[in-house]
Every structure is written in structure tokens, then in C-alpha cells.
Design a protein around this ligand. Structure first.
Ligand code: PMV
Length: 335
């Protein structure tokens, strides 16, 4: 009997500076979004497969952190059935999958982006799919933001008049348009709560369908993208961090003013957000962003690392276990 060997791969998570929030026409965004991939926060995936005589993709075993996860396996199988159609799949396979995230659950780091990008990379290897755009498009179908985790670095997803190649189907890598200092941008994630988010991103996106501020949101996001494009061409600046924070606040304001209202920011998040803005007003080049959760991402250029380490040492951000639950030290990875 042939012995199957496990193959290994990994895919990074990403953090958006301009947020994808709201869907239309299935898995397409209502607005363009912009993100960078993270170096340390990733999904490691081991898999083995055996060809089948039919065209079916069957997950024999799905393990997360060495434990079988039947509910995730079932969800994944139903997505696979919808997305991996006969035109992409020349032969069926039995699959054994074993995954691990390098970052804790509910840390405020998108695990769907890294895990779904990892699943797509696995299919890329099995079915020899080399086209990056096609892979990004497949990842989008598994989970929107995952399309920005196929190419390393800065990725733009969604139509905009500002870039003729930008489109709804796959993310476009824009590393060459971004100043080198943005390729080493630091991201320290302060985890403020281990409580689950309270709203899935699928339900969150739906809140935008009839949102009273929808039109304003669309106008803001397109104007903001224009400014981001300009600011990303030069060294990270105070203006960049100002607009970064405006965008994060917009996302949460939209959630809070939706019906039903969603409040994800915790008191600990607010304290950290104010501390970070204060640092900027004192001349430190930094700012925060938040995803759909309570964790606060502190972003700053590598040139501020010594200052930040010293602030951390002096407990400027507070005490771990008291003022925040955990810190994940991460940074952009572009190659
Ligand atoms: O990919 P989803 O459906 O999990 O949506 C992610 C949405 C945000 O993380 C809040 C924003 C973004 O652009 O990543």
C-alpha cells in the first residue's frame, strides 16, 4: 500500500488600512479595500491527498490544532462544493488536512483570511493552478478578505477609477507603488478581550445593505483611497496615521449606527486608542486601526521601534492581564 506524505504550506493574515465592509452581487465588495500581509500571523497547513476515480473533493479528516473539527470540516466541504467546480477540478481527491494558526483565536487578527488563503494554496498545488489572479479570486469566494492574502505585501481589492486594473474579482498587488518604509511597517496587536466578536463578518457585511450612512460611506471611502495612494508613495507620515484612524473609526461608527447596533470596542480598546493618538500629538509617528473586534492594532514605521519598546517597557500602554489581555508583535511582509 502506498504511504502518503504530508505536504506543508502557509498563508499570512492581513490587516486592512481601508476596510472592506459590505457586499454586493455575492462575494463582491461594495467598496475598494487596501491591506498589507502580516509576517508572524499566519496559518500553517499540512495536507495529504489521494486521487479518486470521480470528481468529488472529500475531506476525510480536518484537524485544527491537532484536534478534529467536524463543524468546520462540514462548512468547508459545502464551500468547496460551491467553489471548486468541475471546470477547475480535473480529478477528485480524498483530503487529510491539519491546520494551525500562529496567533490566538479571537485576537483581532483575521483567521479567515489566512486559513482560506491556505486552503486555496493547497488546491493550487494539487491542481497546478499557477495564476495568482485566479487564486486570489478563488480565495475571495471562500472569504472576501482572503483574496488579499495570496500575494505578499500591499493589496488593493475592488473597483476604483484611480487604478484601471483594480477589480471586484481579485486583489491587485501594489507593492511597487508603496514607499519602502511601508514594507517594514510594524503592527503590534493589543488584544483587549478574549470574548468572541458577537457578530460574524457575514452578518456584519449584511448590516451595510440598508445602512442609513451607506452613501456617505461610499463617498468617504473613495476619497480616502485617493489620499491613501498619495500618502503611501512617501514615508509613513502623521497624515497617513490620521487617515488610518479615521477609517477605523468609520468602520466602528458604521457598526454602532447599524440596525441592530453592533458595539465591539471595549473600554480597554478606547483607552489604548486615546493613548496612541496622544503619542502622535507628541510627535511620535504612529496610529491605530481596528478590525471587526476589540483588538487595537498599533502601526508605526520601523524607525520608531526603539521608542515603542521603551514605552512598552515603561508600561505606557498599561499592564498585560490588567489593561489588555495579550500583545502580538507583528509587521508587514512584502516578499
Ligand atoms: O473577509 P471577511 O468577510 O471576514 O471580512 C473582513 C472584514 C474586515 O476585516 C472588518 C475588514 C477588512 O477589510 O479586512
Amino acid at each position: 500500500m502506498s504511504v502518503l506524505n504530508y505536504k506543508q504550506l502557509s498563508a499570512p493574515s492581513n490587516i486592512a488600512v481601508l476596510k472592506y465592509w459590505g457586499k454586493k452581487d455575492g462575494q463582491h465588495p461594495i467598496n475598494p479595500s487596501l491591506s498589507f500581509t502580516l509576517k508572524n500571523s499566519k496559518t500553517n497547513l499540512n495536507y495529504k491527498f489521494k486521487k479518486r476515480d470521480d470528481r468529488k473533493i472529500q475531506i476525510v479528516e480536518f484537524k485544527f490544532d491537532k484536534c478534529e473539527n467536524v463543524s468546520f470540516k462540514e462548512k468547508l466541504e459545502s464551500k468547496i462544493q460551491k467553489i471548486m467546480t468541475d471546470s477547475i477540478v480535473p480529478f477528485g481527491v480524498d483530503l487529510w488536512i491539519d491546520t494551525h494558526n500562529t496567533f490566538p483565536h479571537s485576537a483581532g487578527i483575521a483567521s479567515s483570511a489566512s486559513s482560506m488563503a491556505a486552503i486555496v494554496k493547497m488546491f493550487a498545488e494539487i491542481y497546478s493552478i499557477y495564476n495568482i489572479n485566479q487564486l486570489s479570486s478563488l480565495a475571495r469566494e471562500f472569504s472576501g478578505s482572503a483574496c488579499r492574502s495570496i500575494s505578499l505585501g500591499w493589496n488593493l481589492w475592488g473597483e476604483t477609477l484611480l487604478h484601471s486594473d483594480a477589480n471586484q474579482d481579485f486583489a491587485l498587488n501594489i507593492n511597487s507603488r508603496v514607499h519602502p518604509d511601508f514594507h517594514s511597517l510594524q503592527d503590534w496587536v493589543f488584544v483587549c478581550s478574549h470574548k468572541s466578536k458577537g457578530v460574524s463578518s457575514t452578518d456584519g457585511h449584511k448590516l451595510m445593505d440598508k445602512h442609513c450612512y451607506l452613501e456617505n460611506r461610499l463617498t468617504n471611502v473613495h476619497n480616502r483611497l485617493k489620499v491613501f495612494f498619495k500618502l503611501l508613495e512617501v514615508k509613513p507620515s502623521i497624515d497617513f496615521f490620521n487617515i488610518l484612524e479615521q477609517e477605523a473609526l468609520d468602520l466602528h461608527a458604521l457598526m454602532m449606527t447599524s440596525n441592530p447596533s453592533v458595539m465591539l470596542i471595549e473600554p480597554e480598546s478606547l483607552i489604548l486608542m486615546k493613548k496612541i493618538t496622544d503619542l502622535r500629538s507628541q510627535g511620535l509617528n504612529c496610529g491605530y486601526t481596528l478590525d471587526a473586534g476589540s483588538s487595537v492594532h498599533l502601526l508605526f514605521p520601523l524607525s520608531e521601534l526603539d521608542q515603542m519598546n521603551s514605552l512598552m517597557h515603561r508600561k505606557y500602554f498599561g499592564h498585560m492581564g490588567l489593561d489588555f489581555v495579550d500583545v502580538i508583535y507583528d509587521e508587514c511582509i512584502s516578499c
